[in-house]
Design a protein around this ligand. Sequence first.
Ligand SMILES: Cc1cc2nc3c(=O)[nH]c(=O)nc-3n(C[C@H](O)[C@H](O)[C@H](O)COP(=O)(O)OP(=O)(O)OC[C@H]3O[C@@H](n4cnc5c(N)ncnc54)[C@H](O)[C@@H]3O)c2cc1C
Length: 455
Amino acid sequence: MSSPISKSAIDELHTLIPDLKIITPDSPEYEANIDRWFFLSIKRAGAVVFPTSVADTSSILRFTQKHSIPIAAKGGGHGLRGESSTEEGNKIIARGGALWSEVYAEAEKFDLAPVGGICPDVGVGGFVLHGGYGFLSSAHGLGVDNMLEVEVVLADGSVVCASDSENQDLFWAMKGAGGCFGIVTEFVLKGHEQKNEVWTGKMIFPKTTLKVVVEMGNRILERENKGNAVMGHFWGYSTESEEVMLAIIPFYNGPQNEAEEFFAPLLELNPIVNKAKMVPFSQSGDSATVAGKWRKLSVARSMITPMNADFLEERLNEFEEFLQKVPDAREQSIVGFEIMGTRALTSVKQNETAFADRGNHTTVRIIPIYLNEDNYEVCKKWCFEMERKFQMEFEQRQKDPLLDETTRSSTGVYLNYDGFGLSAKTIFGVNYERLVELKKKYDPQNVFKNCVDLL
Ligand SMILES: Cc1cc2nc3c(=O)[nH]c(=O)nc-3n(C[C@H](O)[C@H](O)[C@H](O)COP(=O)(O)OP(=O)(O)OC[C@H]3O[C@@H](n4cnc5c(N)ncnc54)[C@H](O)[C@@H]3O)c2cc1C
């Protein structure tokens, strides 16, 4: 992460006016040049430039409008209303190979946070190009909704920028199917103000509390959530008590008293373990690392809200039966739900970006983890059976005539959680045909077919 104005934009300005002096936040002269007589007028500009001619000034103005960069002109810097300063503070620039842990740590220095992965080891690239559910999604939508600009190397080796004002069709495709169109070398992401700490940490409950936990989840999925709350809900086996337990990761972006009030139904259950506390945003996720010797499989489906507790209780019992039958899979296997408010992500229409799984639903992940390779078939069979049941429930509920249009048109699958290579049509649903046309334009040789084969 560096200047809130992208490196590619700064390079473009250098090319446009080669002898223009440009100072960016990583320059030693930066602090002196954003200084003002009145301290409240000091703002952290994305760049300070020194045009020496009318022509340069005119080119700079055209350039800033093209990139939607706010500007201010400065003389002696004595203005008291901050009128000769400007701030581009709400952008985060990440390089193509960055991890969320790196971006969180850097953004925190500016009291900012992006919509990034709950697991900090996840890469910005795969997450943000194909959807992206994070702790800030209840408030700000998906990762793709928070992508402002990308610098992309296309299949023919050319380097282009894509944004709402440049190569708009490519930008549309990058927001959900990015890995099929090129290699992103730079991401410009929205930075959200994040001055306060957040309340989160693992809680463990007995499986008998499932109904209360499901109700809590439904509360988060529905309108009572003002965008502050998210909840991870996982089923895993306790070798101590020899049964499935519920692990809950509540997340609340606000003060502890508000968080505890919101999550009171869970706290009143007296969790067996409760590690929830206030932490900096950058410390809120979990690396979810399981040592390399374990074999992991993964499938996922969406589940329409409100979640049906009876349906889930049956699935939980089946999970337990599976673990009784395959002891090798007991220690690490999980079934997990990432529950977040859907208002922000459904405020964008299904065909507004290539991502096609928007809706009033949550995602359920089915992840058998085992050691002995002989257990591959039994684990695969179980996770497909489980997935099929969630898929049938989803398809059944999609037929509800009262269901909103966005949920009705959603695929029910999330590319980033697909472990067995679903077809492009299944993943991109209503956006599939437009994507195929754009693929023929931007990558006719199908160089980027590894991610999803669109041709
Ligand atoms: C433990 C774990 C936790 C997770 N948590 C979350 C979560 O909280 N929320 C969520 O939404 N998802 C989550 N995921 C899913 C995750 O978002 C996807 O697996 C994502 O694709 C990972 O991105 P990556 O860059 O780390 O992976 P990679 O395997 O490196 O890449 C995945 C895909 O993205 C492409 N890609 C990566 N970088 C670029 C780039 N710069 N330009 C073009 N293409 C690129 C790759 O070519 C590949 O097709 C999680 C996955 C795991 C295993």
